[in-house]
Write a protein that binds this ligand. Structure first.
Ligand code: ADP
Ligand code: MG
Length: 627
């Protein structure tokens, strides 16, 4: 490879072909995008071998005029309907496109480059980073960068099929958009997905289904300032609201991630004529209605896929077409119209609200009087961990920090930053009790306990898909930590926990820095996680997100061996010797070549040759897709 400038960001995105002629067909290809100080380069990516392939093109940052979120047009004329299934010949392309739903455009002197990100978070990171990188090399301030959370982009909607040259002419003829101070603020509205009762005095209650106006650019913040319809203002948890216009999540009949078999279990258990559930179909972007009916006492179930017309209307029975899913459901609540029963009883999975980042805005000190201790969960590095309740309701885990096991003042300073980290696959830190000794660390409680124990206990019940989904959960949390420039330093199955629904969450991030125990902190100590450590950590204690990537590879190996001890037969000095010689963990029986290749890329000798977390995740999702 040519001398490579250090990369700032690397992601797998979908790139739309830059149609130079109106007649050339549109296509979408997965590319590895690499951002360096100077340019954005895109490459082929070999998922099989986890390697960057040949270079396909690049854009000099100097030539970039603007980067912004775009949205596909709401009702494009037929010639631009790329997402319309029946008319799109290549079904493989459709399923790929549906996995990259967050487009943005990079406008430069050669036309706009349309790029599709798999998550909103990645799109935001790229846009923000490009803005930063530009800021360094430009003397003038760039045009306003739209708030990535906003529903309606300030730019005109992306027009599929428009000649790149036309688009460019339009762009260059226009003066630069005004800077933020002079531009009219765009109102950003959100809808509550859950009820929320204020915890601290500055919080605003949320009522499921109601609309709120965001008051500042809190993008990515766990608490957002908002106003309700009565004009009251306060802070709301960012993960309780959505910017989607009509989120299905607010309806009790909708269970997003429910599988066919759990829908059947639930309907049978309820045993009600006309019981129904709307869920995401196994086909991406489609919905299924599962209905329960009874005939001479016997219950039976039918699953109906919601069909979509060429103009984005929905129907179950061809004669009754609606523009939204809720309208369709309302209709069938009164009319069977061919279904085995009309939809009488919404059956819900009892989805619980997610954890908030701390117990109320700005409150990280928890009053120990609000805690009830219910049972002991185990003992860890810092002492006993207990299960309990906060204000008699919220389940929590309480780490009682053994005196002398931690530099408490340093930790207390850091805790406020750690509280701001909030991700569905991170064990949420709720707060601390620091006014007494021992101090307590209060976190979210996960009923299925430690991942390592869980793997050993449930090995017989875990499928290949379950194992990959565990790895993907961890990878998702690690991508988030990496984006916040937080290192874990002790990633291993023993430091992950399993939620009630089987989701895996990463715990104890960054805590290892506060361990006062030489046996644990020195790479020569008996408790140092040698078996999870990258070569450069063993050699010169060089921690980085790429050393976390190494540990992730070992965690993946633990998952696929159902919790075996890595390098079982070797002692610590033998392990170091083997690693330096280039020996790696063997391929677990359950890991296919593709899965093992992902592990091997995590254990590349040079840290810079290891893929970043978002890329590992793309590779894992790719394997899951083909199961
Ligand atoms: P430390 O990280 O301080 O060494 P651990 O976090 O490993 O301690 O806690 C010890 C044990 O307590 C774990 O193995 C796990 O079974 C249990 N535990 C810890 N935190 C939680 C939690 N949030 N929810 C459920 N169980 C937990
Ligand atoms: Mg632990």
């Amino acid at each position: 490879m040519a001398t490579a400038a250090p990369s700032i960001l690397e992601s797998i995105f979908l790139k739309r072909s830059q149609q130079k002629r109106k007649t050339s067909p549109l296509n979408y290809k997965k590319r590895l995008f690499v951002l360096t100080e100077q340019k954005i380069t895109y490459y082929e990516y070999d998922f099989e071998r986890g390697r960057r392939g040949s270079k396909k093109g690049f854009v000099d940052l100097e030539k970039v005029i603007c980067v912004e979120c775009v949205e596909p047009e709401e009702n494009p004329p037929p010639e631009r309907q790329i997402l319309h299934r029946e008319e799109f010949a290549d079904t493989e392309q459709i399923s790929i496109i549906e996995r990259f739903p967050y487009p943005f455009q990079i406008v430069y002197d050669d036309g706009p480059l349309y790029v599709f990100a798999p998550t909103e978070d990645l799109r935001r990171r790229w846009i923000n980073q490009l803005k930063l990188s530009k800021g360094r090399s430009e003397l003038y301030t760039l045009p306003f960068w739209p708030h990535p959370h906003k529903l309606r982009p300030r730019v005109k909607p992306m027009k599929f099929g428009v000649d790149a040259k036309d688009e460019m002419e339009a762009k260059s003829a226009k003066p630069l958009p005004p800077t933020p101070s002079t531009s009219a603020p765009t109102v950003c509205k959100v809808v509550a997905l859950y009820d929320f009762t204020p915890i601290s005095g500055q919080d605003l209650p949320l009522c499921k289904g109601e609309e709120y106006v965001l008051l500042d650019e809190g993008s990515g913040q766990p608490w957002l300032r908002a106003r309700n319809k009565n004009g009251q203002e306060g802070y709301i948890p960012g993960n309780y609201v959505t910017e989607a216009k009509d989120p299905l999540e607010i309806y009790e009949w909708y269970s997003k991630n429910m599988t066919r078999s759990s829908a059947e279990d639930l309907l049978r258990r309820e045993d009600k004529e006309g019981g129904f559930i709307v869920r995401d179909s196994s086909k991406a972007g489609k919905y299924t209605v599962s209905v329960y009916a009874k005939s001479s006492g016997e219950g039976f179930i039918r699953h109906y896929v919601v069909c979509e017309t060429s103009v984005n209307q929905y129907y179950l029975a061809e004669k009754h077409v609606f523009s939204t899913i809720p309208e369709l459901i309302t209709y069938h609540q009164y009319n069977a119209a061919g279904l085995i029963s009309r939809l009488k009883y919404p059956v819900c999975s009892g989805r619980s609200a997610p954890s908030t980042a701390g117990l109320g805005y700005g409150s990280w000190e928890i009053d120990p009087k609000d805690l009830t201790f219910l049972k002991e969960l185990g003992t860890g590095q810092f002492g006993v961990v207990k299960y309990g309740k906060w204000r008699g309701q919220l389940e929590v885990a309480i780490k009682m920090v053994k005196e002398g096991s931690m530099p408490e003042d340093e930790f207390i300073n850091e805790a406020q930053c750690m509280m701001k980290l909030s991700h569905e696959n991170l064990v949420q830190l709720y707060g601390v009790c620091t006014k007494q000794r021992p101090i307590f660390i209060i976190t979210e409680y996960l009923s299925n306990g430690c991942l390592l124990t869980y793997l050993k206990e449930f090995r017989a019940r875990l499928s290949q898909g379950d194992l990959l989904s565990m790895c993907s959960d961890v990878c998702s949390a690690m991508s988030y930590l990496e984006s916040k420039q937080v290192l874990h330093r002790d990633l291993a199955a023993r430091n992950c926990l399993v939620a009630e629904d089987g989701a895996v969450k990463v715990s104890d991030f960054g805590l290892s820095r506060y361990v006062l125990d030489d046996e644990y902190t020195s790479s020569l100590g008996s408790k140092f996680p040698i078996r999870w450590s990258a070569a450069e950590v063993l050699l010169y204690s060089k921690f980085s997100s790429k050393s976390d990537v190494w540990s992730f590879g070992v965690l993946m190996w633990e998952v696929f061996t159902f919790g075996k001890m890595p390098y079982e037969r070797f002692n610590n000095s033998e392990i170091v010797e083997q690693i330096m010689k280039g020996v790696r963990l063997y391929r677990p029986q359950l890991a296919t070549e593709r899965v093992y290749n992902v592990m091997l890329t995590c254990w590349a000798e040079k840290a810079e040759d290891r893929p970043a977390f978002p890329i590992i995740q793309a590779a894992i999702l790719e394997i899951m897709e083909d199961l």
